[in-house]
Write a protein that binds this ligand. Structure first.
Ligand code: FRU
Length: 538
């Protein structure tokens, strides 16, 4: 009873601070006088509405995501004293729907053992760790200590794994006195622990990036970890260091079959350069992950000997939420919407970078094979306002679809379909009065989707940003194409073929894009259906 009261008091305090935070947000949006056409502030032009950004300073990977008592928690790699990477902290934000976020005080600070690198958090429901008091459920975070002094001294063992616990629902954490819980076995890149409760084998599992492999550990109490096996030698993409893994079982949609999915981020070596996240589908016997033979065959015949959760250049280090209730049952994913190639140079000063929209991932076995499909979470549809809908649009020359007099395109969702795609190549263009253009679409000649940000506005802050057109081979064998596009001032998230091929890219126009048009690549065709919703945050 006592614990119950304590927990609900904590929840009430979190709720109160969340409401105050949301009010601030509405207030500040109302302060903007849109009738005054002055030069844009960084906030107006580049701060996304539907994506999490830190109020100030540097952010990279999402960390420690879990759901508890009505709140989605998101922690993030954060350097609060600068707008480039630096001594890492865990920043913190909460949300009731993964769209509107309230930033909370920093949750974990670096100390004499090192910077607080990426990791995960779980709700220790049965208090297996013993950190819970009076029947309470502790939150356990696991992260990598990065010992900068050790690195400078030329050692190889400067990264180790540590835990911290929270008794106030993830607001503050106490570091465990027995840290590190996993010492470094003399491996230079040894980081990013992701814990998952394995309900099949009834134990905690943890996956860790170790050089060019993933190491699998297990535990009964979250403090003592046993190395079980590793995976990755000679399989998948190895163009850069392996980082930020995630590992979870999924029911293959429409069947009773369970397969395990391993996510592995890699930097550089992504399909379009720099950072990206590949995945593997297979089986797990409680100790060893074995790739499914059919998936291995698909990998070997794929373009880069790898299959990616997102082929764009701006979705990195993404992992999934812990403790989503069975009544919900979704696998929810979020990534960092940037790329180490240029993340520290993008033209925002107050803050740097945003997360992707939260996505629901599903595992399907379709004509292509086992594939992870991603789609924007359904909560986003609650933000829909003005709607535009047209059917059977003849695409001849450059055909205007919509301008911002009809719908403000800054934050919007576009859904479209084209039946019998075959030879129908097309290019969508977002343009503004300055002549900036973001082009994207489908190339029928090489059967690939593309995003071209070469003329999208500010691009010269890094040679790598607009060096080429990003491409993703279409893998779906479906004769018809569906597409969902999420736009939010500086980002485009493209979900083709129900999320079988995804491309996420950022851009920085000189003024807001105010027109969307489409043109055929060679032959004219009819766009079956196009539906556009403005997405309103307040
Ligand atoms: C991935 C990464 C992680 C590391 C963190 C440091 O972007 O390099 O491997 O823990 O960033 O900020």
């Amino acid at each position: 009873m006592k614990t119950l009261r304590k927990t609900s008091l904590v929840s009430m305090l979190i709720a109160l601070s969340f409401l105050i935070g949301c009010k601030d947000k509405v207030q500040s949006n109302q302060d903007v006088d849109e009738s005054v056409n002055v030069s844009y502030t960084e906030e107006d032009l580049y701060r996304p509405s539907l994506h999490f950004t830190p109020k100030e300073a540097w952010m990279n990977d999402p960390n420690g995501m879990f759901y508890y008592n009505g709140y989605y928690h998101l922690y993030f790699q954060h350097y609060p004293d600068g707008n480039v990477w630096g001594p890492m902290h865990w920043g913190h934000a909460i949300s009731t729907d993964m769209v509107t976020w309230k930033e909370m005080p920093i949750a974990i600070f670096p100390d004499e053992k090192g910077y607080i690198f990426s990791g995960s958090a779980v709700v220790d429901v049965n208090n297996t760790s013993g950190f819970g008091k009076g029947g309470g459920q502790p939150i356990i975070a696991m992260f990598t200590y990065h010992d900068v002094e050790g690195e400078k001294a030329g050692k190889t063992n400067y990264q180790s794994q540590a835990i911290a616990y929270s008794l106030d629902e993830g607001q503050t954490f106490t570091k465990y006195s027995g840290n590190p819980v996993i010492k470094n076995p003399d491996i230079k890149d040894f980081r990013d622990p992701k814990i998952v409760w394995d309900s099949i084998h009834e134990k905690w599992l943890m996956v860790l990036a170790a050089g060019q492999k993933i190491m699998f550990y297990s535990s009964s109490n979250l403090k003592d970890w046993k190395l079980e096996s590793d995976f990755g030698d000679g399989i998948g993409a190895h163009g850069g260091v392996w980082e930020c893994p995630d590992f979870f079982p999924m029911v293959v949609q429409g069947t009773d079959e369970i397969k395990w999915v391993l996510l592995v981020s890699i930097n550089p070596g992504g399909p379009n350069g720099g950072s990206a996240t590949q995945y593997f589908v297979g089986d797990f016997d409680g100790k060893q992950f074995t790739i499914d033979p059919s998936f291995e065959k698909d990998l070997n015949s794929s373009e880069h000997k790898s299959i990616w959760i997102d082929y764009g250049r701006d979705n990195y280090a993404g992992v999934t939420w812990a403790n989503i209730p069975d009544t919900d049952g979704r696998k929810l994913f979020m990534g960092w919407m940037s790329n180490w190639h240029y993340a520290q140079d993008v033209p925002t000063e107050t803050w740097r970078s945003a997360m992707t929209v939260a996505r629901e991932v599903e595992l399907k076995k379709n004509e292509t094979g086992y594939r992870l499909l991603s789609k924007p979470i359904k909560e986003l549809t609650n933000y829909r306002s003005t709607k535009y809908k047209k059917e059977n649009v003849a695409i001849k020359g450059d055909t205007k679809i919509i301008a911002s007099d009809d719908i403000d395109l800054a934050s919007a969702e576009v859904n479209f379909n084209i039946s019998d795609l075959k030879d129908k190549g097309f290019t969508f263009k977002l343009t503004n009065k300055e002549g900036d253009t973001l082009a994207f679409g489908y190339n029928n000649s090489d059967e690939s989707f593309f995003v071209d940000r070469r003329k999208s506005g500010k691009t010269d802050f890094s040679e790598k940003f607009a060096s080429h057109v990003s491409k993703a081979k279409r893998t779906s064998l479906n004769p018809d194409l569906t597409g969902t596009i999420i736009l939010d001032k500086t980002s485009i998230e493209l979900f083709f073929d129900n999320g079988e091929t995804v491309m996420t890219e950022i851009f920085f126009p000189n003024s807001p894009f105010d027109k969307l048009s489409i043109e055929p690549n060679d032959q004219e065709f009819v766009l079956g259906n196009i539906e556009i919703h403005k997405l309103n945050i307040n």
